[in-house]
Design a protein around this ligand. Structure first.
Ligand SMILES: O=P(O)(O)OC[C@H]1O[C@H](OP(=O)(O)OP(=O)(O)O)[C@H](O)[C@@H]1O
Ligand SMILES: NC(=O)CC[C@H](N)C(=O)O
Ligand SMILES: [Mg+2]
Length: 504
């Protein structure tokens, strides 16, 4: 998952984009980048690292201009080399920069077509560079020196025809304005908002509404599936659904884990959805285990807190914060390798013995994916003196790879793949293991009157990929190239950014 942001303003945007990236940091910890447009000149700074480390004062001074886009990266394709940090740039036509959240499932075919038919060179193994070049080619092929909103929308329509997978993107076209678009299934989230100033209305586009809040932009709405918005240089906003067929099926894992609880995605409050997940899980416990002997419910910080509190309230059992999270360690699930993830759980979480001693505890997490966290946490709870350690997951077992922008490429790395609940329970070492049922998870997320979403992408739980074109061969290939050991050392050497001076 990555975080994207774009600001069209009437005063310098560098600080606003930087602050928005800090707010979206939970979506990607590997690399960060900002591009700003200053007259007809663009300025770029991108590198591996957290936003706070990538942008130093000298970079911020150089990022001049009243319009810009930014990105925080969690790689799902290519390597983690700094050359694949985003935004990407292409000089023709007009000069275009783009930041992308998602994953193209036909990136290899597109790359071949771009080379053979469109005569374009792709310099990295990033699918986002491919997406940018498809968009650029389609704009170029209109053959116009001056373009307007209809041309931009035609190019986006062609991107939808050619691209497969999940994508939410924001781009700047030099001399013309800012564009954002969302795939025809609306898999990845993207919203826009506005802010009134004396000079006119400023616009901000972001992966999550929380980024808008932080910059005092008022949320206007989510982009619809297949929709593009275009803000021209006069500040006029145009919008158009550019895809011939759309079906709104956003990724349910955003609500389970990825998004911040204070965001609103597709008119659904993430915090409320997580609370409902906790309540549903409590009902399941009451149904299947009416004589439970749980003394205390303990969340595994951070993400599970909301669900765990609602679960404890619904069960009428005490809730306690038994694990303290080191605030300087990031999210472990989105770290790049199993070794670092395993080590980080212990660095990140520590138990308060008094909350566990002589108690039967129910540990609650939002999800169990590789089992890295749960295995270690159960052990820590026992070491802290718990007499029984039960474990509940607010999501069903994750059994299938994600192909739309979450780096879960290998079924074999998922602890629940081809295993029964009893087998997973044994591996994580719990005395009892309870998973949310998928229909309960869907009901928990959907229950929002205003939201138009009828169906979600739930592929990681049921293997039903909403785009309908994910073949077993694709999944096999993905597993081969992106399993943990294949990814080791994947950033070798390829850190040269071609095409635009990177401000070092
Ligand atoms: O089964 P696993 O492979 O361990 O993955 C699942 C865990 O990873 C995530 O936590 P993470 O530390 O990434 O972030 P958080 O602080 O937001 O909970 C998630 O919340 C689970 O705790
Ligand atoms: N997580 C994402 O959205 C990743 C975007 C893109 N596929 C990349 O690897 O850079
Ligand atoms: Mg967690």
């Amino acid at each position: 998952m990555c975080g994207i942001v774009g600001i069209f303003g009437y005063s310098p945007v560098n600080q606003g984009i930087y602050e928005a990236l800090m707010v979206l940091q939970h979506r990607g910890q590997d690399a960060a980048g900002i591009v700003t447009l200053d007259g007809r000149k663009i300025h770029l700074r991108k590198d591996n690292g957290l936003a706070r480390d990538v942008f130093r004062t000298e970079h911020m001074i150089n990022l001049k201009g009243n319009m810009g886009i930014g990105h925080v990266r969690y790689p799902t394709a290519g390597s983690s080399s700094s050359a694949e940090a985003q935004p990407f740039y292409v000089n023709s036509p007009y000069g275009i920069t783009l930041a992308h959240n998602g994953n193209l499932t036909n990136a290899d075919e597109l790359k071949g077509d771009l080379y053979r038919e469109d005569l374009r060179h792709i310099n990295t193994s990033s699918d986002s560079e491919v997406l940018l070049n498809v968009f650029a080619h389609e704009l170029h092929s209109l053959g116009k020196l001056r373009i307007d909103e209809n041309d931009v929308f035609k190019a986006v329509a062609a991107v939808h025809r050619r691209s497969r997978g999940g994508y939410a993107a924001v781009a700047m076209i030099i001399g013309y304005g800012m564009v954002a678009f969302r795939d025809p299934h609306g898999i990845r989230p993207i919203v826009f908002g506005k802010r009134e100033t004396d000079q006119g209305t400023e616009y901000m586009i972001a992966s999550e509404s929380v980024a808008l809040d932080s910059q005092d932009f008022e949320l206007v709405r989510d982009l619809a599936p297949g929709e593009a918005i275009y803000i021209d240089m006069t500040g006029k906003l145009h919008s158009c659904v550019c895809a011939a067929h759309t079906e709104h099926t956003p990724c349910i894992f955003e609500f389970v884990y990825f998004a911040r609880p204070d965001s609103i995605i597709d008119d659904i409050f993430v915090h409320k959805a997580r609370s409902r997940m906790g309540a549903k899980l409590a009902s399941k416990i009451q149904r299947d285990w009416p004589d439970h002997d749980i003394d205390v419910v303990i969340p595994i910080p951070d993400t599970s807190r909301t669900a765990a509190l609602a679960l404890a309230n619904a069960l009428g059992v005490e809730y306690a914060e038994g694990f303290i999270k080191n605030r300087y360690i990031g999210r472990t699930f989105i770290m790049p390798g199993q070794q670092v993830r395993r080590k980080s759980v212990r660095q990140k979480l520590n138990a308060i013995d008094s909350e566990f001693k002589d108690k039967r505890v129910l540990l609650v997490d939002d999800s169990i994916v590789r089992g890295t966290t749960s295995q270690q946490i159960v052990q820590m709870a026992r070491e802290a003196g718990a007499t029984r350690v039960y474990f509940a997951s607010a999501a069903p077992p994750v059994k299938h790879p994600n192909v739309y922008g979450i780096d879960m490429p290998s079924a074999h790395e998922l602890v629940a793949f081809n295993r029964s609940i009893e087998e997973v329970q044994e591996i994580i070492g719990a005395d009892r293991l309870i998973f949310q049922d998928l229909e309960d998870l869907i009901a928990a997320v959907k229950k929002e009157d205003k939201s138009a979403v009828k169906r979600f992408d739930t592929a990681v739980f049921d293997g039903q990929y909403v785009t309908g074109d994910v073949s077993p061969q694709y999944l096999e290939q993905l597993e081969l190239i992106r399993n943990d050991s294949a990814k080791q050392g994947d950033s070798s050497g390829a850190d040269v950014v071609i095409g635009l001076h990177n401000n070092r």
